[in-house]
Each structure stands twice: as structure tokens, then as C-alpha cells.
Design a protein around this ligand. Structure first.
Ligand SMILES: N[C@@H](CCC(=O)N[C@@H](CS)C(=O)NCC(=O)O)C(=O)O
Length: 257
């Protein structure tokens, strides 16, 4: 591995796309520090660093370079900190196809989780949204929560037809995963742990609640999100996510600032 500038990873603590990049960095022993941002306060830095008119996290930064969007981050890591053991070569491989398949349900997972939790677990959502905020940011979020919730619901299209569609899309992707696992395999591609496994496990982790994850493993999260978590338990896909965490996810290594 090339010795290079330390990386800074900008995340939301509860973001599954952030977890995908965090896990790739941890498992590849790439040093980084993590900066957890809070909703609303991520917008200006994300627009500025990303430079693509997008407000999403994760973003990774090294010196003057900032990369937004998890697949682009993985490609950048492969090029500048690779070759990574979890990144097959050539880059356009089956593993990256699996990555795309699970990236595609990320918004559905978020939509489905929040749909069942807004109005039910508002206190817990407020806790998640303020855990990494400064005191004045936390006060702002608490004060404007009803407005932020409204904006969030519109932005994520949290309405009954879209939520039902999200449920169907998640179920179809889990069906696909269950079918892959039916032959007893441990790993999705090439019989080895790759970004395919990392992406599938990270993107489903908010529903599988692996104990290793500081947010999803918290019983308070599981209680708050109970409605969205119901119904998936017992699926091979969910057991497999927990197994990936047991096999490949030790303590999170990046220092959170
Ligand atoms: N395609 C992006 C999606 C990332 C994404 O949707 N991130 C969510 C959090 S899980 C986010 O930043 N939402 C806030 C926003 O869009 O402003 C990626 O793979 O990084």
C-alpha cells in the first residue's frame, strides 16, 4: 500500500452508505479519521466539498481532493490506496454489479425505516440527529424538528405508495440474496470477502441490526424502529448480514471527531 495523506471521512453515524465506506477502510487497514456531521449542517460542507450539486454523505477527503458518492469513493480508493483485497480486478466486475444492486435500495431502506418511525420514535430520531452535533446545532435541530421532519419526508418521498414500493423493492432484493445463499455459500462473489459482501451487509444492516454497529446494534434504535424491523426476521439474508458482521466487522477503527 502506498503511504499517503491521511484521509478524512465525512459521514452520518447512522448512514448505511457511510458504513459501506467505513467498513472498506477498516478492513483494508487504511488510516482515516471520521467526522460525523448532523442533518442540515451537512448541506453546506457537502455542496462545497462534493462540487457536484449533491448534498449526500459519505465524502472522503485527502489533501485537496474530495470524493462524494460511495461507488466513486471505492474506485478512488482502489486507484489511490489500492489494490484493495476486497476490490476485485478489473474494476468492472461481478462484485461491482452486486454493489450496484444493493446501492439501489439504499433510499428504500431509509424511506421504509423513517416511515415507520416518524411520530412513533421522534425522541430517538432526535437523539440520532443530535448525537454528533455541537450544543448550538443540537438546540437548532430540536427547535426546528417538526420542520426538518416535514422537509425530510418530502425529500425522501415518504408517502404510502412510495413506502409500499420501497418495501417491495427491499423484499425483492432480499429474495435475490436468499437465492444466492441457498447453495450454502458464505460470500457472494468468487468465494472470498469483497465489496459485494460489504455493500450488501452495510445496506441491509439498518434492518438486520448487527450488534457490532454502534447505531443499529443499540436496543433503543431497535425499539424505535420496531415497526420497520418487523417482518424481515427469519430471512436467510438477515442472518447472513449478522454473520458478515461477526466474521468481518470488529470494533470500528476510525476515530470519530
Ligand atoms: N449514492 C450515494 C447515496 C448516499 C446517500 O443517499 N446518503 C444519504 C445518507 S444515507 C444522505 O447523505 N442524505 C442527505 C442528503 O441527501 O442531503 C452514495 O452511494 O454515497
Amino acid at each position: 500500500m502506498i503511504t499517503a495523506t491521511p484521509l478524512t471521512l465525512y459521514t452520518f453515524a447512522m448512514s448505511h452508505y457511510s458504513e459501506k465506506v467505513r467498513w472498506t477502510l477498516d478492513t483494508s487497514d487504511i488510516p482515516y479519521r471520521e467526522v460525523c456531521l448532523s442533518p442540515a449542517f451537512h448541506i453546506a460542507p457537502a455542496l462545497r466539498m462534493g462540487g457536484r450539486g449533491q448534498t449526500t454523505l459519505p465524502i472522503i477527503q485527502a489533501d485537496e481532493v474530495a470524493i462524494q458518492d460511495s461507488p466513486r469513493i471505492l474506485s478512488w480508493l482502489q486507484l489511490h490506496r489500492g489494490p484493495l483485497a476486497v476490490m476485485p480486478s478489473p474494476i468492472d466486475s461481478e462484485a461491482r454489479d452486486v454493489e450496484k444492486r444493493f446501492d439501489a435500495i439504499g433510499k428504500d431502506v431509509a424511506r421504509y425505516l423513517y416511515a415507520g418511525s416518524f411520530g412513533v420514535a421522534d425522541d430517538h430520531i432526535l437523539k440520532l440527529w443530535t448525537d454528533h452535533a455541537s450544543p448550538w446545532q443540537a438546540a437548532f435541530i430540536r427547535h426546528t424538528y417538526p420542520v426538518m421532519r416535514w422537509v425530510f419526508k418530502r425529500k425522501l418521498s415518504i408517502n404510502p405508495p412510495r413506502v409500499e414500493k420501497a418495501r417491495q423493492r427491499i423484499a425483492a432484493t432480499m429474495d435475490w440474496l436468499d437465492a444466492q445463499l441457498a447453495d450454502g455459500r458464505t460470500y457472494l462473489v468468487d468465494g472470498t470477502f469483497t465489496v459485494a459482501d460489504i455493500t450488501a451487509a452495510s445496506l441491509l444492516a439498518p434492518l438486520a441490526c448487527p450488534r457490532q454497529h454502534p447505531v443499529y446494534g443499540d436496543p433503543a434504535y431497535q425499539a424505535g424502529m420496531a415497526q420497520a424491523l418487523r417482518g424481515w426476521e427469519g430471512r436467510p439474508a438477515i442472518a447472513w448480514v449478522r454473520r458478515m458482521y461477526d466474521l468481518h466487522r470488529g470494533r470500528l477503527k476510525g476515530g470519530v471527531f
